[in-house]
Design a protein around this ligand. Sequence first.
Ligand SMILES: NC(=O)c1ccc[n+]([C@@H]2O[C@H](COP(=O)([O-])OP(=O)(O)OC[C@H]3O[C@@H](n4cnc5c(N)ncnc54)[C@H](OP(=O)(O)O)[C@@H]3O)[C@@H](O)[C@H]2O)c1
Length: 181
Amino acid sequence: MPGTHILILGGTAEARQLAAELTELTEPTELTGLTGLTGLGGFRVTTSLAGRVSQPRLPAGEVRIGGFGGPEGLARWLREQSVDAVVDATHPFAAAISAGAAYAAAAVGVPLCALRRPGWSAGPGDCWYPAASLADAAAQLPALGRRIFLTTGRLGLAAFADLGQLRFLVRSVEPPEPPLP
Ligand SMILES: NC(=O)c1ccc[n+]([C@@H]2O[C@H](COP(=O)([O-])OP(=O)(O)OC[C@H]3O[C@@H](n4cnc5c(N)ncnc54)[C@H](OP(=O)(O)O)[C@@H]3O)[C@@H](O)[C@H]2O)c1
């Protein structure tokens, strides 16, 4: 078994891309600048998925599916699986797992790298209405228009359920469950 075990916390396209690139790397030194890891022979790449999607697109390398049982459970898993480095490549909305990864990596003493997609920034002609939360976004909508394309993901839909006077097109990986707008 190759020496360096990297855990990717996934569920994003970026995580799949990273897993594909890491599993293709044969020279660990190519990664030295990123992880600070040196002198180890090859990679074992494990991607962890939360299990929210019934038929996920599987990344290259090994895959485990399901929660760890909180930050302590993740720390235990890192020890048991002799993980050398963690890459948090989860979605920006997934705050709990990112906090858990920060705790667990520090507790076990392994390096943690957060792979973050850049946020959108306003360009010429854009018209943005910032919202502090989903509830705040829902409160702003009636004044902005009547036909809404909603891309919060299915877990955020309940915040819009009371807006019966608006028409929604919802984008969701899995069929959403009530309460729905
Ligand atoms: N939120 C979004 O809009 C969104 C969009 C696209 C993709 N995703 C992906 O879907 C997953 C779940 O998102 P979420 O917003 O429900 O996350 P979350 O609120 O941060 O996580 C809730 C719990 O789900 C488990 N979990 C989350 N991500 C995991 C992972 N990669 N591997 C193993 N367990 C994981 C953890 O359980 P334990 O505490 O038991 O370990 C975590 O405490 C994330 O991995 C994220 O990358 C989310």
